[in-house]
Design a protein around this ligand. Sequence first.
Ligand SMILES: *[C@@H]1O[C@H](CO)[C@@H](O)[C@H](O)[C@H]1NC(C)=O
Ligand SMILES: *[C@@H]1O[C@H](CO)[C@@H](O)[C@H](O)[C@H]1NC(C)=O
Ligand SMILES: *[C@@H]1O[C@H](CO)[C@@H](O)[C@H](O)[C@H]1NC(C)=O
Ligand SMILES: *[C@@H]1O[C@H](CO)[C@@H](O)[C@H](O)[C@H]1NC(C)=O
Length: 402
Amino acid sequence: MTGSTCMRSLLPLALIGLLLTASPVHSITHVCITAQSYGYDCQEFNVTTEDGYILGLQRIPRGRQCVGAANEHIPKKPILLQHGILMDGFTWVVSPPGEGLAYALADEGFDVWISNTRGTKSSRGHKLLDANVDAAYWGWTWVELAKFDLTANVNFVHNLTGQKVNYIAHSLGTLTALTAFSQHKLVDKVNAAALLSPIAYLKHMTNLVQLAAEFYGDELISMLGIPEFIPQSAAVDALLRTICLFPGLSCRDLVSVITGNNCCINPSILDLFLKYEPQSTSTKNIMHLAQMVRSGKLSMYDYGNGSANLKNYGVVEPPAYNLSNIPADLPLFLGYGGMDAISDVEDVERLIDELKLFHQEGKLTCQLFEDYAHADFVMATDAKERLHRPLIEFFNSNEHSN
Ligand SMILES: *[C@@H]1O[C@H](CO)[C@@H](O)[C@H](O)[C@H]1NC(C)=O
Ligand SMILES: *[C@@H]1O[C@H](CO)[C@@H](O)[C@H](O)[C@H]1NC(C)=O
Ligand SMILES: *[C@@H]1O[C@H](CO)[C@@H](O)[C@H](O)[C@H]1NC(C)=O
Ligand SMILES: *[C@@H]1O[C@H](CO)[C@@H](O)[C@H](O)[C@H]1NC(C)=O
């Protein structure tokens, strides 16, 4: 099919699309604005969680080319992309087609869904609470992100498409999935999961976050005195400056200090990324992660004293997760970086060892990318050949029969 006949056949559809979207008017997120600027169809949804948060969810339903349009009647495989901490769905669309994962998947025939964690730009709504005023809005850690956000998004996509959902996560999005799966949650609705820069243990993190957690503890963070952790705020800036005074630590290149030495990121894409990111999270979430750094364990939030834990959990110690309980036949792909300062190789290999104990051999794929650091997994210019190809192979070879 030539380009011109392709355009002609699409025209009536585009007109119908315009009429349909004429009313009601929804605000278009920076995720869809970016995808549309590259010629991709992009749809907006709101998903309400069981605890009242209203989350923005975007969908790129098909590839840019007409190729495959004849197969529109064949249901596409849904795939849900979950970003990491201090990021949002923009992560997946900031790199242009040829480099960005969302575009690669859409062009490969997947039905791409992009989630946004509570508190980020397109997910600040709540049935009762106001993110800008109510401290209660920020009373959560990744435990709630697994219990409510992940559940709501997977259920929504599963319900709308009538198919099991494929899942790709980066960074903190891997932790929410691992812990949910270990409790046998959502596994009946998830087909296969790829975890990039996986986080389960944070004992060997080698960056300023670790230093902050180890040497300053929660005091420095609670010094902020605010429930919303806004990376661009004066309070967080002052906090970082204090940490950067720590002997031997140079904070000149903050992105490298936090994520590790990324090998393959185009500086102009990073600048574009930093136009919208980093995004907010809750201070409580940061404190929970700091607890994981100090304890080396994967446990629920520690309220800091036995009686408060007893009240919340019925036991004095915060309950630990057991990742060996993840169903042994759930197809998993783990991609990790040799230069990653957050998902350190030692921590990831501890996770892999734990999974290997019980997981079926053919259902666990692990790949080390020697030169990748944390952000390379979402922005590397060479990801198409090195990362996207194995990911697509993984999902295609684990096609389900529902
Ligand atoms: C989603 O909710 C926000 C407010 O929380 C609103 O601005 C936006 O238009 C809604 N989008 C859709 C697609 O309903
Ligand atoms: C989606 O949800 C609706 C309403 O709850 C239900 O009637 C329908 O069967 C669900 N569809 C699928 C595919 O789960
Ligand atoms: C335990 O924590 C609760 C709530 O955070 C607080 O009210 C209580 O005083 C604390 N108890 C001790 C012994 O520190
Ligand atoms: C974790 O789960 C595995 C598999 O069910 C079990 O054999 C192991 O004893 C558990 N470990 C702990 C510490 O509970």
